[in-house]
Design a protein around this ligand. Structure first.
Ligand code: KMH
Ligand code: ZN
Length: 271
């Protein structure tokens, strides 16, 4: 098995200080928690940013500033910006994060109900996002919230909009998306082409059970307060690093070594 790539999704677009006082929202807080997660074993940061009021923003200036700060503080760490943003954002707004020239960016390959909202990703939108990433030579990570999203990603490959190594993230347990369980994970993995790599982001209480499954199966893991704010039942995580440390402990018990950022780059064939 390859070494384990741990992605930390430090804040996302949905969690507020009312949900947990430990969520990082300012550039300084985001960079500090990213650094602590890097020290703990995360090799990729999945990045959202917030404005001065703590609301999600895709502003290119804020992204550029935070990406630069992370690169200075966390040498080699793979910076992956979100192009998902928040459900109410326009495609134009969502695409602005690419201007920060990150290593990777998310590419959600299908529409999904998102609680009471809809996370819109029509095929023309997906093609446009893929073309923009190709043009800027930014490696996409396919975000698949449901099984059909894998088919859409493979359609982009067939159309020549994606070149090189394919890496998928299965987001499992969003209300409206695919449920987080072993049977569904096996089906997702079985649907991938030869040579593709994958990680799992289990939402809420699914975070650690899905992480353990991915570790045992040779996949990779995403954790962080974007997806889950609890370290154990009813106990808030005090930092993102605490969530990463728990994954490292599970990996150690299952005899899976954790990848450094350089090793993660090799596994992902990242230029
Ligand atoms: N905030 C969600 C609506 C991504 O980052 O690419 C979308 C999301 C996916 O978080
Ligand atoms: Zn995200």
């Amino acid at each position: 098995m390859d070494k384990l790539i741990i992605t930390v999704a430090v804040c996302g677009a949905e969690v507020t200080k009312n949900d947990t006082p430990y969520i990082p929202l300012t550039p300084e807080e985001i960079v500090q928690q990213t650094y602590e997660s890097y020290v703990a074993g995360a090799s990729i940061v999945h990045l959202h940013v917030r404005d001065e009021q703590g609301r999600p923003t895709q502003d290119a200036g804020v992204f550029t500033k935070v990406v630069k700060m992370i690169r200075e503080r966390c040498p080699g760490m793979i910076v992956q910006v979100s192009t998902g943003g928040a459900v109410w954002m326009s495609p134009e707004e969502r695409l602005q994060s690419l201007q920060a020239q990150p290593d990777m960016a998310t590419l959600t390959t299908g529409t999904v109900n998102f609680g009471n909202d809809v996370f819109m990703n029509s095929m023309p939108m997906i093609e446009r996002f893929a073309a923009e990433m190709k043009e800027r030579q930014i490696m996409p990570e396919f975000e698949c919230f449901d099984l059909g999203h894998i088919n859409n990603a493979l359609y982009l490959v067939k159309k020549g909009l994606i070149e090189g190594h394919l890496h998928f993230d299965f987001v499992m347990g969003v209300p409206g998306g695919i449920a987080a369980n072993a049977r569904n994970l096996v089906t997702m993995v079985d649907s991938l082409p030869q040579g593709a790599t994958w990680s799992v982001a289990g939402i809420g209480r699914n975070e650690f059970p899905m992480a353990a499954m991915a570790i045992a199966m040779g996949g990779h893991v995403r954790v962080g307060m974007e997806d889950n704010i609890y370290i154990s039942k009813g106990v808030l995580a005090k930092s993102n690093a605490e969530l990463v440390e728990k994954v490292v402990r599970i990996a150690r018990e299952l005899h899976r070594q954790v990848a450094t950022p350089d090793e993660a780059r090799e596994i992902l064939k990242l230029r």
